[in-house]
Every structure is written in structure tokens, then in C-alpha cells.
Design a protein around this ligand. Sequence first.
Ligand SMILES: C[S@@+](CC[C@H](N)C(=O)[O-])C[C@H]1O[C@@H](n2cnc3c(N)ncnc32)[C@H](O)[C@@H]1O
Length: 314
Amino acid sequence: MENSLTHSTVLLNEAVDALLGNDFDAQSPESPQADGTYVDATFGRGGHSRLILSRLSPVGRVIAFDRDPDAVAAAHAIDDDRFSIQHAAFSQIQTLPGNSVDGLLMDLGVSSPQIDTPVRGFSFRFEGPLDMRMDTTRGESVAQWLATAETNQITEVIRDYGEERFAGAIAKAIVARRQERGPISTTSELAQLVADTVKTREPGQNPATRTFQAFRIFINAELEELQLALAACLDVLKPGGRLVVISFHSLEDRIVKQFIAQHARDAYDRRDPFAAPKAMKLKALGRIKPSEAEVKGNARSRSAIMRVAVRTQA
Ligand SMILES: C[S@@+](CC[C@H](N)C(=O)[O-])C[C@H]1O[C@@H](n2cnc3c(N)ncnc32)[C@H](O)[C@@H]1O
């Protein structure tokens, strides 16, 4: 189980097997040691990185990324010459040399320590400043953005990233409250305002769930980051290199699914129909969800979907 300092890694064995090319053989004791260079684009608390390291030969490498300074500080506890961590957004994998990576793993979203630390402002369950930045060293917090954002922009964010029916009403309430009493600055103020505005709630769900998700995705440019990293993976992965992405909501999974599908077929140029097609760059290997046992032990894994693809020769 999780507490505020730990993160229960989702699809741990499955993701590492898929990354190293052990083809979903989750517990294979005969897995050979890998020599390659693997990127853990979302270090978090290092569950995946540590397992990858345990399966690498002395010449293997793990290059990890995280934009959260707390995650980077946690990574410094790994004392292993084969491991390095970069404090950077994972779109920066584009700075790695082309054709240099044998496998790239992205375990998207937020970690349990981020959600469960009140001062980070990610959760309506805790009173805290309305921040929600993964990288606390740069950028605007949600509170700062909401202090000046237009009603239309707030509506779009809540509607597009939260898939919230009452986006317009919530945005109007945020702006009205700002004009009457000053901007919202805490998680509980936002949660209360949404609860007062949204009269119906989905069973078992806090009425502010969708709004919090939307603001988090927006303030961290999560979908843009994902698109940039996926595009970069085509350059940095070696032929035969694996792409493994674990998503936690449909907006992310749709992007990953469409990206793999788009590059997993020969591309014809409509303006030049007789030209040879551009060969496919990826081959989809599979889609996997956590087992019932995993979901029972870690409720957060419930919505996870992992997709795996391999970079082809083209
Ligand atoms: C679900 S957690 C990863 C957990 C990790 N696999 C583990 O086992 O501990 C996601 C992590 O990715 C980081 N992250 C999310 N989006 C990122 C991005 N665009 N660039 C870099 N790090 C990102 C978050 O800060 C968080 O620490």
C-alpha cells in the first residue's frame, strides 16, 4: 500500500519485460541481462528504473528524466554508475543522440507523493496552495493562472481536459468569485466552489475531480509534452527499440494509440499516388491492463492502459 512518501509502481514487471523485449513474460527467471540504453522518461520514485537496472549487464544504461525536483532528489539515492537522472521535461529526450536508445518507457501522470503532499496542491483531499506544477522551479501555478484567465479560456480547459459537462458554469463561478472576493488561492476554495456550482455528481466521485484533472493537465502542458516525446522517440529509438507507454486517462491513451497506428502503416503521399509509400516506423506489439490482483492492491492502477510498440528498420 502507499503512503505519502512512496509510490506503488503500476505494471512494474509487465512494463520492464516489454521494454527489454521479454515479450510480456512477467516473471521469467531466465531473462537474459540486457546491454542496451534504456530511458525512463518518468522516474517518479524509481520503481521502473530500479527493476530495469537489476536486469541490465554492467554495460547497460538507464537515463531517467523527471521534471519534479523532489523526484530528482529521490533519484540521487541510486548509487549506480549505469544510472543518470536529468531534471527536465521528457520532451527533452529529443536532445539524445539519434538511434541511441534501446527502449523508452513513459509512465504518465502524477506520482503518489505528488498527490499526497498537500503543499503541491494537486488534490482536493488536502488543504494547500492551488499550485499543481510538477516542476516547482518554473512556470505559473494554477492559482496564478486563474487570477487573470478569461472565462472562455477557463471553460475550454475544463471542457477539453476534464470532459466536464458543467465547464461553462464552473468557469463563470471562478471569474465571478474573483471579481467579488479576489482570486482563488487554495485547493479547498476551488473544491468548494465546484461543489457549490455542480449540482449533480457522479457516484463515488468528488464533484471537483474533473476540474482538478483539467487544471493539472493544462498547467503542466501534459498532452503537448506527450506529443513531443512521442515524435522524438522515432528519432532516438534504434531499429528494434521498444516504446512502452502507460496512460491513466482516455485523453492520453487516445494520443498514444493514434500515434502508434499512424506510424504502424505505410504512408502514401496523396499528392503523388504512384510514389513508393514511406515505410512504417513502428509496429504495434500490444496493449495490456493491470491484473485484477494488481487493481485490488493498488486502486490507482485501475485506469491504467499500457501500449507497446517496436521501432522498425525504416
Ligand atoms: C506515475 S509517476 C512515475 C512513477 C514511476 N514509474 C515509479 O515507479 O516510481 C509520473 C512521474 O512523471 C513525471 N512527469 C510527468 N510528466 C512529465 C514530463 N512531461 N516530463 C518529465 N517528467 C514528467 C512526474 O513528475 C512524476 O514524477
